[in-house]
Design a binder for this molecule. Sequence first.
Ligand code: BGC
Length: 707
Amino acid sequence: MIVALAFCGALLSSADERAAQIAAAMTPHERQVLVVGDTGDALRNGVATGALGSAGFVPGIPRLGVPPLQETDDSVGIANPSNARRRDVATALPSSLSLAATWDPQVAYRDGALLGDEAWRKGFNVLLGPGLNLARDPRNGRNFEYLGEDPLLAGTLAGTEICGIARQHVVATVKHFALNDQETGRAILSANLTEAAMRESDLLAFELALEGGKPGAVMCAYNRVNGAYACENAHLLNAILKHDWAFAGWVMSDWGAVRSSGAASDGLDQESASNLDPVKLALGAIPESRLLDMNRRILRSMFAAGLFDVPPQRLPIDYRAHGASALDAAQRGIVLLKNNGVLPLPSSVRRIAVIGGYADAGVLSGGGSSQVMPVGHPFDVPLGGNGRVAVYDRSPPLDAIRSAVPAAVSFVDGRSSSAAAEVARRADVAIVFATQWCTEGADLFDLALPNGQDALISAVAAANPNTVVVLETGNPVTMPWLDRVAAVLEAWYPGQRGGEAIANVLLGRADATGRLPITFPSSEAQLVRPKVPGSDALLSAIVSGLRGYRLAVALRPFSVDYTEGSDVGYRRFAKQNLTPLFAFGFGLSYTRFRYSGLRVTGGNTLRASFTVSNTGARAGTDTPQVYLTRKRGEAEMRLIGWSSVTLAPGASRNVTVTADPRLLADFDSTAGTWSIREGMYEASLGAASDALQFHASAPVAGQALKP
Ligand code: BGC
């Protein structure tokens, strides 16, 4: 795919020299300043001197003109944890999984530019995102902060998002390096898999994002990888990141993730939030040359992003324009999963019943460090008396539907299935809003919609054949009622204009353009690990009444063996011949697209050309996908390219997709290279990973490629 980006790359080619000069001028004490941070201070009472009130703060060195690092989370907008900056709102974008569902690097770039702009105008110069851990488990509580299950899709979108951030003179941080693919036991588990498997999956996503976006920083993860904690994992940090990938920026620890006082020798450059760390870096024991290197890396990324030359300024933010971007992004990410023709809702509909999901108040957002205080007052729903709340962005789908249609629109909250069915029976169309709250720090125990919502949907569907289900979820869910409903929309966490976005798609004011960036399994039995590792122990500790610290220490260190290797998500479904509920890449449109003329050429890589035509009656956006399906006669399955194509009715466009050769290769861990064996390689074209219509092969030359 060809992405025309307005900006991507370092601002200053002299960043390295300027960094080296400052590092050389530092006194021994000054060399210790930039390598240790504080919480900044959202997590304690009171704010560290000079900190704006956010996730992280690293003091500057005024004598040398080095500004402090003001670090903020940004997965879905500029976070304001615990309201540390009183009433400081920010644009709440749709979740990152929604961004991944757009499959559109231009949307990622625009999101990045928006985040960078708001950060800079609030005084921040480091963003703690994007996150791109692969969705190995559809119950991971943080999948909503990540970009799906495929390394090419996640790495490409993260790369362009970083370019957008860098344009605003803010450092971007890719996280969590690496394999923090579940939250249960994240600080004690060891994610185990072979070198080749991780290079071809989770690490490939990071490799592509680093190449595409050149971020200033990488955040190492809480978990262990093959036994060693990620922030003291010399293989990950020194051998792969800094040596093989020649990463020139700095590695910061996740908050509270430093476990060894000697982690600097393993590649850690900066201890974030040292007040949370169980063990602190022994600064005095770090050899001088290494300490210089740590400082140089930090300073070089600061210079490259423009932190010295274009420092943040407190200026007004154009929330209106940013709201329009949030609306467009939410619309682009909505995936139409089923439609028997009831959508888009025709203007002849007279009575609409809107049911459940707090659709009268707003749209759901995910919890944890990424939580944004959105523009417009949020609405909190308590989650069972422990002080936790689910935050709803104040964009009620009910109001948006009401203001857009002449029909009579009634609302019931859905707490009583029989009352909901009664209202649905009297309507022409019933729209049920179903929600699934996900948060950092906890995984889901299963894939079912919580709180009896399956029963609610079934009752409504029994009362009205024109039942439409709108999902606001952070992950895939199972749908026992699927055959009995007329349509299903996956709206993810759609952000502060989400209600309007949902209404626009329901009413056909916008095409349904999203495509799944994650497989929807038909049940937990289809997963490699039917239960989230560690969840049984966690559950029994909860049942026995343990809470807080005692709960945290009740779990014993354990391993998660990623036996599926690099066959994450759809790759494993294809290899094991499993039929998902909805496949990776799937999504319906309100118009029809036809593909023709697939031509595949070989050489050093595969290049696929074809024509996409809109054969329907309205404009729409399609995402034709190309997969590698055969390697030298053997079945294979890997996304190698796609295009996002908007077409007027009757229009056609020629598309060419060129595969990154690494996607055709195996990682040879003995040689430390990507290796392509000479032979015929087959590419297949289709509208989803399970709907490949055209196949063509071409010879590819044998070669070894450096990582
Ligand atoms: C999260 C990071 C986040 C940091 C600072 C940690 O708990 O894992 O993603 O950037 O907190 O808020």
